[in-house]
Ligand binder design. Structure first.
Ligand SMILES: O=c1ccn([C@@H]2O[C@H](COP(=O)(O)O)[C@@H](O)[C@H]2O)c(=O)[nH]1
Length: 224
């Protein structure tokens, strides 16, 4: 069985991204490429990374009207990413159209509440729910829209799975015990995220900023 650990290669430097991917390739299940990488390297950069042979998670977090999101996803179709992301707060129609536009083998997952936010942040944008309620509500909406799963923190994944037992659950905001949270606010350990029901874990800086990324990935894998 392939590892549930996906490494987030958040760099605009494709040579660096390739070098880290090559170093950790035997200890991760896939590569996550986000906005930073995509804005610098575009579709050809994604193709080059796909040549390494690991599944590609293209995390561009689309959030726009349904037509625009669907057309953007159609344009990415030839890349056939294993996973791509939209924001659940874009609404049910947008998620439905995103799924319809995606290649058959691509999982479409919706970000519920960014792991860099906490309850106070929710209130500051006018939402009175707590993170747990917000994640559960948007998970229900994503399930109703017929997409494949959601992104949430390790704190809410068990509750999300409870309302959607067949869903696919992506958990970022993952830190080895004692690791620096940086800009993340809802953080759990890899083991805790998996025990709570994560389908895959996304880990970036604890691996990419380590002196020895391969050793860091191995150490995380050993806890799973
Ligand atoms: O809620 C979310 C959704 C996506 N992310 C992405 O995951 C990685 C996390 O990187 P770290 O360096 O391990 O913090 C990053 O690419 C984010 O864009 C997230 O953190 N939270």
């Amino acid at each position: 069985m392939s590892s549930p650990l996906y490494v987030a290669l958040d760099t605009p430097d494709i040579d660096r991204a390739r070098a880290i991917a090559q170093a950790v390739r035997h200890h991760v299940g896939g590569i996550k490429l986000g906005l930073e990488f995509f804005m610098a390297n575009g579709r050809s950069g994604v193709r080059e990374m796909a040549d390494i042979g690991l599944p590609i998670f293209l995390d561009l977090k689309f959030h726009d009207i349904p037509n625009t999101v669907a057309k953007a996803i159609q344009a990415l179709g030839p890349l056939e990413p294993a996973i791509l992301t939209v924001h659940a707060s874009g609404g049910r129609s947008m998620m439905e159209d995103a799924k319809a536009a995606a290649p058959l083998g691509t999982k479409v997952v919706a970000v519920t509440m960014l792991t860099s936010l906490d309850g106070e942040d929710l209130h500051s944008i006018g939402l009175q729910r707590d993170p747990h309620e917000q994640v559960v509500r948007l998970t229900e909406l994503a399930r109703e829209a017929g997409i494949d799963g959601v992104v949430c923190s390790g704190f809410e994944v068990a509750a999300a799975k409870n309302v959607w037992p067949q869903g696919f659950f992506v958990v970022p905001g993952v830190r080895p015990a004692g690791g620096s949270a940086s800009d993340q606010k809802r953080v759990v350990t890899p083991r805790a995220a998996l025990d709570a029901g994560a389908s895959i874990l996304v880990v970036g800086r604890p691996i990419t900023k380590a002196e020895d990324p391969d050793a860091a990935a191995r150490a995380i894998e050993a806890t799973l």
